[in-house]
Write a protein that binds this ligand. Structure first.
Ligand code: CA
Ligand code: CA
Ligand code: CA
Length: 91
């Protein structure tokens, strides 16, 4: 089963949250001290499948198509997606 883990900080530090199903609006996903996970992810791990991570809620805007692996802040910065992800489509 595909699992996507978002980390609020660089290098897989800070708060983290696992996703095994789609989430079209990270504003509804509670995160301690910052209200929610919208525009918070700064590093990401993907296991056992692929996912598309979108700039906006509702699977809109720019997106990253991620295969299993570890994606640190340098990767997200390269694609201008650090602290930008707002919805997740598990594939
Ligand atoms: Ca962050
Ligand atoms: Ca966003
Ligand atoms: Ca899906």
């Amino acid at each position: 089963m595909t699992k996507v883990t978002l980390y609020s900080g660089n290098h897989f530090n800070g708060w983290h949250k696992e996703f095994k199903s789609d989430d079209g609006d990270l504003r509804n996903n509670y995160k301690p001290y910052a209200d929610n996970w919208n525009d918070e992810a700064s590093s990401i791990k993907v296991e056992d499948g692929s996912a598309k991570l979108y700039e906006h809620t509702g699977y809109e805007g720019r997106w990253l198509y991620l295969h299993p692996g570890e994606y640190d802040v340098s990767f997200l910065n390269h694609w201008d997606m650090n602290n930008q992800i707002s919805s997740i489509d598990i594939l």
